[in-house]
Design a protein around this ligand. Structure first.
Ligand SMILES: [Zn+2]
Length: 66
């Protein structure tokens, strides 16, 4: 059985193509905010996701959502 959980989220799209949906981010004070990096900024990223639309490697690093 599927658990209904609908937090308020911000859909984060790929910074390269603007089409690929990379992740949903909780819109709540105190949560960690994701900074998305293009492939040339990979040295600043902690995690990597592959865009489902353009297949580029997108870097992610944390910031505090205020
Ligand atoms: Zn993309």
């Amino acid at each position: 059985m599927k658990v209904e959980y609908k937090p308020e989220v911000v859909k984060r799209k790929c910074p390269l193509c603007g089409r690929g949906h990379l992740l949903d981010e909780a819109k709540r004070p105190g949560t960690v905010h994701a900074i998305l990096h293009k492939p040339e900024e990979a040295d600043q990223a902690s995690w990597f996701l592959k865009c489902p639309a353009c297949h580029n490697q997108i870097g992610v690093s944390p910031d505090i959502f205020e």
